[in-house]
Design a protein around this ligand. Sequence first.
Ligand code: 5GP
Ligand code: ZN
Length: 108
Amino acid sequence: MNNECLFCGIANGDKSKLFWENEVAAAFKDIHPKTPVHILVVPKQHVLNLDELDNQELAGQLLMAVREVAQKAGIKGGWRLQVNNGRSAGQVVDHLHFHLLGGKELAE
Ligand code: 5GP
Ligand code: ZN
């Protein structure tokens, strides 16, 4: 945990603000939702982004977390996962996060 990191603070902070959690990951609603369901799934430990994720077990656990959160959010079968990796890709918060998007028609 990095004390100066926003998402470390949320993931390891007030549990009432979390949508879902397990031992290694947490999920909470995006403050500026782009779709009716817009949830961020993050590791509880500080990882900058996917470039820095070298823990294969954690990588798998995070994807399994995303699946569980999609199910809990009621969007199983129709959701999109987005990762903005690095500043030039739009990453603003320097803690790995998966955008789970759904709750409306996403296909073009
Ligand atoms: P990025 O652009 O880094 O991939 O996405 C960061 C996301 O975090 C944005 O969608 C933004 O709305 C969200 N966000 C930023 N600050 C907060 C916050 O304090 N709480 C929550 N729940 N979401 C935040
Ligand atoms: Zn962090």
